[in-house]
Design a protein around this ligand. Sequence first.
Ligand code: BGC
Length: 760
Amino acid sequence: MSSEKIRELISKMTLEEKASLCSGADFWHTKAVERLGVPAVMVSDGPHGLRKQAEEGDHLGINDSIKAVCFPAGCGTAASFNRELICEMGETLGNECQAEGVSVILGPAVNIKRSPLCGRNFEYYSEDPYVATEMAGALIKGVQSKNVGTSIKHFLANNQETRRMSSSSEVDERTLREIYLAAFEGAVINEKPWTVMCSYNKINGVYAAENETYLTKVLREEWGFEGYVMSDWGAVNARVRDLAAGLDLEMPSSLGINDRLIVEAVKHNIIEESIVDRACERILNIVYRYVENRDTKAVFNREKDHEKARKIAQETIVLLKNDQVLPLNEKDDIVFIGKYAKEPRYQGGGSSHINSFKVTSAWDAVSDKPNVTFAQGFIDYKDEIDENLIEEAVAAAKKAKTAVIFAGLPDAFESEGFDRSHMRLPNCQNELINRIAKVQPNTVVVLHNGSPVEMPWVNEVKGIIEAYLSGQAVGGACVDILFGKVNPSAKLPETFPLKLEDNPSYLFYPGEKDKVEYREGVFVGYRYYDKKKMDVLYPFGYGLSYTTFAYSNLTVSKEKLTDKEKVRVFVDVTNTGTVIGKEVVQLYVSDLESTVIRPEKELKEFAKVELKPGETKTVVFELGMRAFAYWNTGIHDWHVETGDFRIMIGKSSRDIVCSTDIRVESTIKLPFVYTTDTTIGDLMEDPKAKKYIDDLMKGSVLFSAEPEESNSSASEALSQDMLMAMMKYLPIRGVISFGDGSVTMEDLQKIVDELNKKEQ
Ligand code: BGC
């Protein structure tokens, strides 16, 4: 329906009808206006499968939903670094939504993984905003290509579960822009999600639901968002203020209570009726976009989608360690140890919990391999060592050529609604791994978790696979990788620190009462570990393959450019091994001469390429000004500082294989206001100020100190260089204190005024 028609329709509605459209009819539906033929539509969780609840609704995955397909969660999909694959996953989800009559799927969830403890990290993509926004964009593109909407969430700075409904995330402007907003920005601008879901928390004291700065100024005015903003379930705090700030749809229903508040507010001139009209227009635009593009032929083919889930899972599983133990040979005697071999942990708890129509475990997937046996090893409903289970597993491991332990975090350790209290695996699993490794040199650990864990046994085992929470087909995908049918190609979208205390948010997480200060600023994840040159367990971007890749011929289309131009970067990647494989080519940028405190390097591009043995492909990246910019809080905009930048190609943030330097010139003159507090050093950087410096020098005793060659004791103590270095930090007014009396405060003020005049 055209915008005019929608506006016409709204003009026929009573104020009560319009207000009613601004909240859900129940847990999952928008409201209808039957008198005017306006339909109600359904929304459903998301993000990695369809949680369509036909009966009693809830937002914590408590009641049953229809049987569906659980795809890999965000932690895994990000590890694929494969935009096309995740777009395909989106297309599949979009088709499922069409078949099931769901207008909007509630995802992707792009919140930054600030701390390994966040209970919901498994749903989120990365510690890096570029990875998060690119993978989210790919999912949105896929879903929306099927005329079904997405709801990118949870906007904004919702990075913990502790007190998520009342806590205020205290984040400075630059950090918000470079890290937390950036995770949304690219996806919103490039892929235009139909809806955005605001988060529960406050941002710098103001609830996300009523935060006009982000819901309207940033989202709509800067990023051009045109869909509707919905609340997270129960995130509305002051309905009328929220509506005015840009929160269009309240979810779920407030049983008419908040609708009545809206009506009253209009009647008492607290808000204009046009604000209600505006929300209705935004909501109905999306409702009709779905209703008028229904695919009545869409079929939810669960078996087919299960196979798709397996294909995606194959690219979400990261090979972390391989001391010539993998791939396994199916002729060998192999024992699968651990409960998760038969009952994998493949998804997290809470609103994203899918009622999987079937689950393929690793054990199911080796039913055709008679040499594989099983021992349970541990229980996971409580963290208690079961000696019998361990001894049985040890005995089985002794007899086998290789032991593969399927370990991970139990549901109770990791879920929406609460945070983890530590970064360890259950003790009973660590004990099992240690005991098996003692008797079996060929031990491989497969991990099922949505967020980093400490690995005290890292040096005792020969192989480690991070399977993340990779959906209902994870077992098949793990077996494909274990036996070399598939070459692993995923990379860590987050750093695995050695211990929790190393994490940059450690001292401030999860805050005090209802306040959490993001004091680490932009130094999240590898931005911190790399700058600090800290040892980590596994770095950001890391992951092994069964083949090897070599990089060569890194070139750029120009070595000098302005911040208005783009530069193309070319690099050749060759498969130097013996099996076909995929490599994630990572491009990092480092600002070599910054006056701003910046990370040592930041990921600015990535590409995944498939190469046959011996094959070479040239990967081409294009970088614009954002690849070099930081957020300048003086001009409240992105800014590139003139200077040299290093373009680096890496296999991880810690394994840079080639680099080249370019120069970028800024075309923006930053405003600078001189005062008598301006330092001599700052003055010296401005060529126009030179003549004043000469005047000032004449009046300063310090400047007329004896030259270096002199033998006086003063010159021994203070060389000319030292003198100059000190002068750099002397405020202009210091000339009065250290001068010969020839320069007065009035003279200085005149100089300052002159300089400021010239600046205009
Ligand atoms: C979650 C959202 C979810 C909603 C509906 C909330 O508790 O934070 O991610 O989409 O419930 O289930």
